[in-house]
Design a protein around this ligand. Structure first.
Ligand code: FAD
Length: 667
């Protein structure tokens, strides 16, 4: 019997997940069994970068590709910040209708975390219900915004008297059914393909009832519906510029639902990179158990790929000489587990180095059309550690409001067990209380007493506040180039005796045009650029030290956010360590991706994962997996879902979870 070789290029979320499932997945069919890796077969994994999967090489950055945990002084015992992806939406797999279409959460990420034994490390990573804003030189909190005290924007229809995210709801009113919380993932998929404007719009509107939302740019639609000021208020105030670019309006309706203040997320205390270290370890163990030769080759990129006489040929290049072929090989199946820019570099290599009459699948015209469907979104993070959490200090005029109170079903259950009466529990379930983010103890207690028309006892008050209290990570939001500040604080695993704790924040957390503001400061005054940006793989090296001029600029913008307009930079202390991560650099050239307008994203997702489907008469086991062409862009969940869908549909691997109402990709 001949042995098989399978090759995965890219050891980020999608590549590692593919390896894990190829080795551990089950199949029910004979065809699937033939495709499964067995004793003596080879599974090779290549990556352009080199990550510290085992924890034994502290000189390397932590694993996860576009996820990258950074510990203070690179010591895993110290406090950490996430300079890439940082959180997930936990799926309650034990809820009564957990597998139904409306149960929220990232089902594959939650399952992977569980199966890797990481549940004990899961902690909330909640957003504040009352974030601080600094926009147009005015400092204010979300709860201050009202029609009497509007945000400093001249938005139409009194828009500035409401929170900035209200704009997303105004647009969703154009297709009211999408606002219903019972709108399922399957219904959203249908909407991405066929959703239309359902509301009657005045003749003055550019877009009209019946127009397909997938063929409308979201920025165009926002401008049309909200006007210039309404658009600017939403764009500035939601923090992520990437949410309001001219992307596919149908998808934007769904995605922008998620980023509203008060949303619940989770993370793991190992740092998010911990999931990828554990995944790698599981791959090594599974390969050993199965007798499969698993070979990981870091610092090696796929330079080109093509099919000759039905055989997949690939060529490699080293990290030192990324554009020159170093060696060649063949494989029975290849996974390109990388985002759009990295794929385009492979396509360039293939175009110029493939010999004669071959199937050069990445350069086929329909493949290129579909590769362009993912808009690249540059993003940028700066992490800083301080000796004091000065953003919470009583002397700071505009402190971050990180403690809030939310009454959930679980809180009510817990209070019932602690002796709260049925009437009191019923009052807590009122729409004005349940799920509402209260910024202060007084406001929650006040609302409960209004509902019950009675005073709570001191004990009841303590019980209620104890059960409903929720620590959050912010963010604070500004229209200055830092855009968002996210407060991690002191999350060290342990403290060495006598050592002072450090407190971390992310600021800047920005994307799109704001990225270039910081890029020039990376070099600083009186210095010229010496390295082409196209060869600066900083993201593979890990976060880089912030130069002094940039630290000063960061302090100045943080001072304005927390101390008021024109505050001197010295109001904010000097950080003890600061590093930046520029996700606009290769090989990613994007922190995340968004679907372009004028595409049927269901067709793109189905075809691009096996691009030979787009070439007439062609058949090649070359697969594209990852976040970029997924139904959950900007999330690790998307990377896992595309990888799972390829294994289910082309390798007959049984789905990891019940996916009856959770289609992994849009169909
Ligand atoms: C700032 C930021 C914030 C984010 N926030 C979150 C969040 O909170 N939660 C969340 O779930 N997600 C978040 N994301 C998104 C998440 O990080 C990504 O969706 C996910 O990590 C993508 O995984 P992937 O496998 O698709 O691709 P990648 O992580 O991009 O992995 C691709 C791998 O391929 C390698 N590669 C590239 N070219 C080649 C080649 N030619 N040959 C071999 N190897 C190659 C790369 O080195 C890399 O290791 C965030 C991302 C960023 C940047």
């Amino acid at each position: 019997m001949t042995t098989k070789t399978y090759s995965i290029f890219g050891a980020g979320a999608a590549g590692l997940y593919t390896a894990w499932r190829l080795l551990g997945g089950e199949t029910r069919s004979e065809a699937g069994r033939k495709k499964q890796l067995a004793r003596g077969d080879v599974l090779e994994l290549f990556d352009w970068g080199n990550y510290d999967f085992t924890g034994e090489n502290p000189e390397l950055r932590e694993p996860g590709a576009r996820v990258c945990t950074w510990h203070y002084k690179d010591d895993p015992e110290n406090a950490y910040l996430e300079v890439g992806g940082m959180r997930y939406s936990r799926w309650d797999s034990h809820a009564p209708d957990a597998n139904g279409g409306t149960a929220p959460g990232h089902r594959l990420v939650t399952t992977v975390i569980s199966k890797l034994g990481l549940d004990p490390y899961v902690v909330p990573f909640n957003e504040s219900g009352n974030p601080l804003f600094y926009m147009r030189s005015k400092n204010f909190y979300l709860n201050n915004i009202s029609s009497q005290n509007p945000a400093p924007y001249r938005a139409d229809h009194y828009g500035a008297g409401a929170p900035p995210d209200n704009a997303f709801g105004v647009l969703q009113n154009l297709a009211p059914k999408t606002e219903n919380t019972s709108f399922t993932r399957t219904e959203w998929n249908e909407f991405y393909q066929h959703g239309r404007i359902e509301a009657e719009l005045p003749a003055s509107s550019v877009f009209q009832k019946g127009d397909h939302l997938k063929d409308i740019g979201y920025w165009n639609l926002m401008y049309d519906q909200l006007g210039s000021e309404g658009y600017n208020y939403a764009a500035d105030g939601n923090g992520y510029s990437s949410n309001v670019i001219n992307w596919n309006a149908a998808v934007a309706f769904q995605s922008n639902n998620e980023f509203t203040p008060g949303t619940n997320y989770s993370t793991i205390t190992t740092g998010y990179s911990g999931m990828f270290a554990a995944l790698y370890k599981a791959v090594v163990a599974l390969a050993k158990k199965k007798g499969v030769h698993f070979k990981f080759t870091p610092n090696t990129r796929l330079q080109s790929i093509y099919v000759l006489d039905g055989v997949i040929h690939y060529r490699l290049a080293t990290r030192e000489r990324p554009w020159h072929v170093s060696e060649a090989g063949t494989t029975q199946a290849a996974w390109l587990a990388m985002p759009r820019h990295a794929l385009e570099l492979v396509a360039q290599g293939s175009r110029y180095s493939a010999p004669g009459e071959v199937l050069d699948v990445l350069n086929a015209q329909r493949v290129r059309l579909y590769l362009e469907a993912a808009i690249m979104q540059p993003s940028y993070k700066v992490g800083m550690f301080f000796h004091e959490p000065w953003w919470l200090d009583a002397a700071t005029p505009y402190p971050a409001q990180l403690t809030g109170y939310v009454v959930t079903e679980k809180v009510i259950e817990a209070l019932a067990q602690e002796g709260f009466s049925k009437a009191l529990c019923k009052a807590l379930a009122a729409p004005s209380i349940l799920g509402v983010a209260f910024a202060s103890a007084e406001s929650l207690v006040g609302e409960v007493e209004k509902q019950t028309e009675a005073r709570l006892s001191v004990k009841q008050e303590q019980q209620l506040l104890g059960a409903a209290q929720r620590d959050t990570i912010g963010p604070s939001i500004t229209d200055t180039p830092i855009r968002m500040a996210v407060y991690f604080g002191d999350n060290a695993r342990s403290h060495k005796p006598g050592e002072k704790p450090v407190y971390g924040i992310l600021a800047s957390y920005d994307d799109e045009t704001f990225v270039s503001f910081w890029q020039e400061l990376e070099i600083g005054p009186n210095r010229e650029r010496h390295r082409p940006r196209s060869e600066d793989v900083q993201t593979l090296d890990g976060p880089r030290k912030v130069p002094a001029a940039m630290v000063k600029m960061l302090r100045r913008q943080l001072a304005e956010l927390h101390f008021g307009p024109n505050s001197d930079y010295s109001s904010v202390p000097e950080p003890v360590e600061a590093r930046y991560m520029d996700w606009s650099l290769p090989p990613f050239n994007a922190g995340y991706h968004a679907w372009g307008a004028h595409y049927d994203i269901a067709d793109v997702q189905q075809k691009i994962r096996k691009p030979s489907q787009l070439v007439e008469g062609a058949e090649a086991d070359i697969f594209i997996v990852g976040e970029a062409y997924s139904n959950d862009q900007a999330w690790v969940e998307g990377a896992y879902c595309t990888a799972e869908s390829v294994l289910n549909d082309f390798f007959d691997v049984v789905p990891l979870i019940d996916n009856t109402h959770y289609p992994f990709i849009c169909r």
